[in-house]
Unconditional design. Structure first.
Length: 187
């Protein structure tokens, strides 16, 4: 039986290992914000990480590990200003580790930071369940750490298609479908 990796509040945890890992493990670090008010982030990420591990197009990037920092907007604003010259908070930032790949070891992807107030406000404004928005932004950040981007139209199509496919496996609507958002927020 393959090793199934999931997220638990104490950090990286995995089911009993009987084969080398093929999935992705994410350590969650609480750095501020009332994340508990949006749901159990640990529980939200387990199915997402399993879906990533099953996706054929991402197998070359696995096994892997990353860190997810749950922060407040003030912390995200500082990082955004320091590393992107944008003095404002944002929903998600990703920082690739730049570490070399070591044979037989999980690939160290890097860090993802979510900004609490921005994430909560976006979910509320669009009528998207906060948990679904957290999963989408975490997936978005992980794809960036794997080397995907959306700077060109072609890159955006590839990255968004992966997001839509993986989120769809979890029963989450296409986050890029304007009509779906309009329906969700209509009275």
């Amino acid at each position: 039986m393959p090793k199934v990796e999931c997220v638990e509040s104490a950090g990286i945890a995995a089911a009993e290992e009987t084969e080398p890992p093929r999935g992705i493990a994410v350590e969650i670090v609480d750095q501020g914000g009332d994340w508990a008010s949006l749901g159990d982030v640990d529980a939200l990420l387990g199915p997402l990480l399993a879906a990533i591990g099953r996706h054929e197009s991402l197998r070359a990037h696995l096994p892997a590990e990353a860190c997810l920092a749950l922060a407040d907007d003030a912390a995200v604003r500082k990082l955004n200003a320091a590393f992107r010259a944008k003095d404002k908070p944002t929903n998600v930032l990703s920082f690739p580790s730049g570490l070399p790949i070591e044979p037989g070891q999980p690939r160290s992807l890097g860090d993802i930071i979510l900004g609490f107030e921005t994430v909560a406000a976006e979910a509320a404004a669009t009528g998207i369940a906060a948990g679904d928005h957290i999963r989408h932004l975490t997936l978005h950040g992980l794809l960036h750490l794997m080397g995907f981007d959306h700077e060109t139209e072609n890159e955006a199509e590839v990255m968004e298609a992966l997001e839509v496919q993986i989120l769809g496996q979890l029963g989450i609507a296409n986050p890029y479908d304007d009509d779906a958002i309009a329906v969700r927020i209509a009275p």
